[in-house]
Design a protein around this ligand. Structure first.
Ligand SMILES: Cc1ncc(COP(=O)(O)O)c(C=O)c1O
Length: 423
């Protein structure tokens, strides 16, 4: 699952003690394992190897330059959804032809920047966006490639805030309108519409939604090809699961075993946009216990990380496994929340002035006290990248471990960082 493991009652990331990192860098701190990023990237690449896909790591899940650089060196392309993410990809020297750009409301500035950069594919989400893309590409006299993001109306069975492939969401174009979309735009001189894109949601911990959506997309592609349109690329989006608790996500091989046979011999350039399945298990958030407290029947463990550092529990009711960094009792192998003798049942909560500021609810923990360090697992995806300065809390530091060395890849913000852009 990852390269975080307990040895003699202490948590290690690869060859470095997490306690040492926390003492050195302070808390809260994100700690990433470079090897885990690479392991997951390579597992996906190996599993889908028969399709020779272009794997575009989804920057939104974990956007630090050091991590993008690591994945670029491993051969990854990038999925971007904003001008800022495009800037990051270019800053690490990404091959622009390996960049795909999705997003339901791209601004003119973002589109022009992407045209200038020469990115591989624009994933277009509406007729209005396509009209605009044609105007902007024509003005620059640049031929660009676009794929139509379809909305396959498949339920990915995930949280409603991260469901994107159902008809009632804002993403993509309905299948019924897709054919008309190609009729209207499929022969444009500036924007070559040559692909189909979809993204179901995230995380999609079952494989059937992919099979349903791919089936629908392939029927559309056949229909379009029969009508004379050149469809050369199919982008399946992201959404593969990660192991938050237990071994809950199918492996890359599980997904590939079902998906690859559907797409072999289709003469399609396949693109994948995995984010979480590469980054989630590659990072933890380390926090320090400030206080413990009882209120009625309830036990609270108050820590120095809050919803501004990790918003997933508050936003998506996501569950993250928490455990002391130094402990006489090692966690269960699958890191699932379960009772054990001597356990304290507690809510692990942060310092932010919101009742929604929790990191784990009803969690079974070994007894902890003020000053103890705790690790919040599987925070590499949508952890730091969704963090904020809410409550005027400087953002946490980020540390990258490579074998038995570690380095700061983002400094802890200072109070001055909170106000430096203000006039
Ligand atoms: C278009 C698109 N591609 C890829 C992803 C990455 O999803 P995940 O991190 O679940 O793989 C997302 C996430 O929201 C997305 O919107």
């Amino acid at each position: 699952m990852d390269r975080f493991e307990y040895r003699d009652g202490r948590l290690w990331c690869e060859g470095v003690s997490v306690e040492r990192i926390a003492r050195d860098a302070g808390t809260p701190v994100y700690v990433y394992s470079s090897q885990t990023f690479l392991d997951h990237f390579r597992k996906i690449r190996a599993a889908f190897e028969p399709l020779q896909p272009l794997i575009c790591f989804s920057i939104k899940s974990c956007s630090n330059l050091a991590i993008l650089s690591l994945l670029k060196e491993a051969g990854s392309g990038f999925d971007v959804v904003s001008g800022g993410e495009l800037y990051r990809a270019l800053r690490v020297g990404a091959d622009p032809s390996k960049i795909v750009f999705a997003g339901v409301a791209k601004t003119d500035r973002e589109i022009v920047e992407a045209i200038d950069a020469g990115i591989g594919w624009f994933n277009v989400e509406s007729e209005a966006e396509m009209e605009n893309l044609i105007i902007l590409a024509g003005r620059k006299r640049r031929v660009i490639h676009a794929a139509l993001r379809i909305n396959p109306d498949v339920d990915p069975k995930t949280h409603r805030f991260t469901t994107t492939g159902k008809r009632e969401t804002k993403f993509g174009v309905d299948l019924e309108r897709a054919r008309a979309f190609f009729e209207r735009f499929g022969r444009n001189e500036w924007v070559q519409l040559g692909g189909v894109h979809l993204h179901l949601g995230s995380p999609v911990n079952t494989i059937q939604p992919y099979l349903d959506a791919i089936g629908k997309a392939l029927r559309l592609i056949d229909e379009l090809r029969n009508a004379g349109f050149l469809v050369e690329m199919f982008d399946l989006g992201g959404g593969f699961g990660a192991d938050y608790e237990g071994f809950q996500a199918p492996t890359a091989l599980d997904y590939a075993r079902s998906i690859v046979p559907l797409l072999s011999d289709r003469s399609l350039r396949i693109v994948l946009e995995p984010g979480r399945s590469i980054s989630a298990n590659a990072g933890i958030l380390v926090t320090q216990v400030l206080y413990t407290k009882q209120s009625g029947e309830k036990q609270f463990v108050l820590v120095d990380a809050g919803m501004n550092d990790l918003i997933r529990p508050a936003l998506y009711e996501a569950h993250h496994f928490v455990w002391p960094v130094v402990t006489s009792r090692e966690p269960p192998a699958g890191r699932n929340n379960q009772p054990f003798e001597g356990a304290v049942l507690a809510d692990v909560v942060g310092p932010v002035c919101e009742s929604g500021d929790f990191l784990a609810l009803d969690h079974y923990l070994p007894p902890v006290q003020r000053g103890d360090l705790a690790a919040i697992f599987a925070c590499g995806a949508y952890g730091f990248s969704m963090s904020s300065q809410y409550n005027s809390r400087p953002r946490a530091a980020e540390i990258l471990v490579e074998k038995d060395a570690f380095r700061v890849i983002r400094q802890r913000e200072s109070y001055n960082d909170l106000i430096s852009a203000e006039i």
